[in-house]
Design a protein around this ligand. Structure first.
Ligand code: GLN
Length: 460
């Protein structure tokens, strides 16, 4: 177990340099998981020396961490796991990284992901998949698979990721760590490669809810460079007793793996034992959320990826014969198949003949989903359910069938579309030894309550 406090005492007993060196060595010893795409050795060691000499201080002085490779960071390229940005050197750093560095934390590397964060297994990485921390024949989950695995392997005590439709929660659940997708607007997205701007969020992986809470308190807050950020509201809080918790019935159907349901029911029992009330609730509209998501998100993706034209930055095709050829080949060579699929779906649903039938309808349905959640939150403090229908699937199992891959997102996309916070908490393992997580979902800005609830069970 590597938590932040433990790392801090190691730094005190030895040095920041030796702790950072040990993390880099461990990362390289575990390269067969393919969790990291690059290392930031020289910058990391330089900062570690400054911690040791007292030039860098802070609440995370010397503590190593990793960021998903769609965060702009110094010391290594920012690839978004794509050929498009393969050699892109960031001219600036993401606000979330700047905030961690201001507290003395040290980024040691960039984690693998599905290219441009499109996917749920890290198999869409242009550089090859990440392997699950518990079973190398299985997927790490995604899209933040690398960040989840470096945390699960205890290479670093925490890692940053992005969650647009489940990309923090699902890999957290597949690798037995805590994953936080905050309220939309909690953490600045400045300096993070955009996927779908109306649901993109930044959050963290950690080995405990207590550590995740601490990291969230540092990275959250208003940022003038991201106009969607909310005024600072994230403040760790004491556990509120006797909460009303709704177990989402539609997430517990026969189609969900029995072991996943069993772990979720056990977690509900543990909450009851703490004096909370857990009751079954119904959210019938969730059956439509996957359809909404896979219209709205590709629409936004097609717009956000339009900037990669081979001219301003990113991959440029060699020897173009015309401007059209330059655009076409640069984009063809720079994007993976899943990126192209989303650009095509997005362009289709936004085209004038189909806009009303698809995009407009999906946005209307999204409003109904938000209302349905709000209605439940009039009577319940928190909603509970699984994170995914099954534990980690096998590498290659879903790659030939995009719909099958999308179906795995069925329980994570609702909170994303509603902009509400949701966390994934380890809830045990399957008979085969695969981790299973449960999801706690709350109303807007109740992030700290979700974490204190998870923390209160962790302390037992
Ligand atoms: N698996 C989802 C998708 O492919 C989530 C991706 C994400 O959150 N970045 O869209």
């Amino acid at each position: 177990m590597t938590n932040i406090a433990e790392i801090q005492s190691q730094i005190k007993a030895s040095s920041a340099r030796s702790v950072v060196e040990a993390a880099l060595t461990k990362a390289r010893d575990n390269e067969n998981y393919h969790a990291l795409l690059s290392f930031t050795d020289s910058r990391a060691l330089e900062r570690a020396d400054k911690v040791d000499s007292g030039q860098i201080t802070g609440r995370l002085a010397g503590v190593p961490f990793v960021v998903k490779d769609n965060f702009l960071a110094f010391g290594a390229p920012t690839t978004a796991a794509s050929h498009m940005l393969e050699s892109f050197q960031a001219p600036l750093q993401a606000t979330a990284i700047e905030k961690l560095e201001a507290e003395g934390a040290i980024c040691i590397g960039k984690a693998n992901l599905d290219a441009f964060a499109h996917g749920g297994s890290t198999e869409n990485s242009a550089f090859g998949p990440t392997k699950n921390a518990f079973d190398m024949s299985r997927v790490a989950g995604g899209s933040s698979g690398g960040s989840a695995v470096v945390t699960a392997l205890h290479i670093v005590p925490f890692a940053l990721g992005s969650d647009t439709g489940g990309s923090i929660r699902q890999p957290a659940s597949f690798n037995g760590v805590v994953g936080v997708k905050p309220t939309y607007g909690t953490v600045s997205r400045y300096g993070v490669v955009a996927m779908a701007s109306s649901t993109d969020t930044i959050g963290t992986f950690a080995t405990s809810a207590a550590d995740a809470e601490f990291i969230m308190s540092i990275i959250s807050g208003r940022d003038a460079r991201d106009m969607t950020t909310l005024p600072d509201f994230f403040v760790p809080q004491a556990i509120r007793p006797a909460q009303k918790i709704g177990l989402i019935k539609e997430f517990m159907s026969d189609e969900v793996d029995p072991e996943v349901r069993a772990r979720t029911n056990e977690y509900a029992e543990r909450l009851r034992a703490e004096g909370h009330v857990v009751e079954e609730v119904s959210l019938p509209i969730v059956q439509y959320t996957l359809a909404m998501y896979y219209i709205i998100v590709p629409a936004e993706v097609s717009s956000n990826l339009a900037r990669y034209d081979g001219i301003r930055y990113g991959h440029r095709a060699a020897a173009p014969t015309s401007l059209g050829d330059l655009y076409g080949r640069s984009r063809d060579e720079g994007f993976v198949a899943e990126n192209k699929r989303r650009i095509m779906i997005g362009s289709y649903v936004l085209s004038s003949g189909f806009f009303d039938a698809y995009y407009q309808q999906a946005q209307k349905a999204r409003t109904l989903l938000i209302r349905a959640f709000n209605e439940l939150f009039e009577s319940y403090d928190v909603l509970l359910g699984p994170v995914t229908p099954t534990p980690a699937f096998r590498l290659g199992e879903n790659t030939s069938d995009p719909i099958k891959m999308y179906l795995a997102d069925i329980m994570t996309v609702p909170a994303s579309l509603a902009g509400i916070p949701a966390i994934s908490v380890p809830a045990g393992v399957s008979q085969a030894g695969l981790p299973i997580g449960v999801q706690l979902i709350g109303q807007r800005r109740s992030d700290a309550n979700l974490l204190s609830l998870a923390r209160s069970l962790e302390e037992k």
